[in-house]
Write a protein that binds this ligand. Structure first.
Ligand code: PMP
Length: 356
């Protein structure tokens, strides 16, 4: 730390992204990316846009907003594209939280919520998940705080249904409820249809998972006009050109090829069913995944040991040191071939344990 670092941030513990090692070629199942490339339409659109890179991107993201509005049956003033959904989440902390509206989120959820709260000096409460890692919706009814819920949740992979989330939104009319739907396309139920019913609902989504564009950094928030207006005030006070023109073009290209996205999601679900059954056969305990990853532990080997044994075999998964989930690993669903290799590696590791 330099002697110049602001007092405000000295105690900040930044978010740790999943590792991106370069020492050898790994099967990367640690950051919930898609194993499939973006649609050719997206690639072509981005490459055409590259020719105009001497110009600033459209700060209003007009064409992208129109494409998103058409996709979700909403108005273009009800959506705000951002630099990944991380950015819209940070904007939401900035716009909708303060001492009178502290943040509330689960103890086991997306690690960035706590970082954003601390970064912005916002008081927050972490609400413990139940022992089985499900959310007790009763904990959030009338909580009177700005609620952040990842649905489906990460890294637990478990989803609430729309009625359960709606109860939380309805019971907190004085606060915004942010529903982070980064993984919704893999089997969750979206709350987007509720945005016209509740002026305190913000839904965030991303192109990083189901739409194969993690490297392009594109996310968005959907909510009523007044919420989007507030978020725009934050955007225009930080970075008006937050979405670059190649990313914008690629995003529109992806939206023109929704059947490609849908078929990739179906493939992920098929591969998830396959690996879940195989893991259970090997004695693993899994949560009920509605995402592009599984969350698993095995009674014969610790989470850390399993992570290291897989790493040695060239397979990267995500292990968290957090006490409650230290026995688990979060494993991204890849191609069928990757899942077969994973299965064989796990059978080998677990088989070795059983001989001891
Ligand atoms: N929400 C959740 C629950 C996530 O797991 C992630 C991915 N790290 C994000 C939001 C942010 O993703 P991105 O910024 O790539 O849209």
């Amino acid at each position: 730390m330099s002697g110049f670092f602001s007092e405000k941030y000295k105690a900040l513990v930044p978010y740790t992204p999943g590792e991106q090692p370069r020492d050898m070629k790994y099967i990367k199942l640690n950051t919930n990316e898609s194993p499939f490339p973006p649609s050719e339409k997206a690639v072509r659109a981005a490459s055409t846009a590259a020719k105009k890179l001497m110009l600033y991107s459209d700060p209003e993201c007009t064409a992208l907003k129109e494409a998103l509005a058409a996709r979700y049956g909403i108005d273009r003033d009800e959506v705000l594209p951002t630099n990944g959904s991380d950015e819209i989440l940070n904007f939401a902390f900035m716009a909708f939280c303060d001492d009178k509206h502290p943040a509330a989120f689960a103890d086991i959820t997306y690690g960035f919520y706590k970082v954003f709260a601390k970064l912005n000096g916002i008081p927050y409460t972490e609400i413990p998940l139940k022992d089985d890692f499900t959310i007790d919706t009763g904990d959030y009814i009338g909580i009177n705080k700005t609620v952040f819920i990842a649905n489906p949740n990460a890294p637990t992979a478990i989803a609430l249904n729309r009625e359960q989330i709606e109860e939380i939104i309805r019971s907190n009319p004085e606060n915004v409820v942010v529903v982070d739907e980064a993984y919704v396309d893999f089997g969750g139920e979206s709350c987007v249809p509720l945005i016209h019913k509740y002026d305190n609902l913000l839904v965030t989504q991303t192109f990083s998972k189901s739409r194969s564009m993690a490297g392009a950094r594109l996310g968005y928030g959907i909510g009523c006009r007044s919420l989007i207006n507030d978020l725009n005030t934050i955007k225009y006070s930080t970075n008006p050109y937050n979405v670059n023109s190649m990313t914008m073009a690629a995003g529109i290209g992806m939206l023109e090829d929704e059947e490609y996205t849908a078929s990739n999601c179906r493939a992920i679900q098929t591969n998830r069913d396959y690996i879940s059954a195989e893991l259970r056969g090997l004695g693993f305990i899994l949560t009920d995944s509605k995402t592009n990853f599984v969350f698993a532990k095995h009674p014969k080997i610790s989470g850390k040991e399993l992570y290291l044994a897989l790493r040695q075999r060239g397979i990267l998964v995500r292990h968290f040191e957090t006490e409650r989930i230290a026995e688990y690993n979060r494993i991204t669903i890849g191609t069928f071939e990757e899942m077969r290799i994973l299965r064989d590696a796990l059978a080998d590791i677990i088989g070795g344990r059983e001989e001891l």
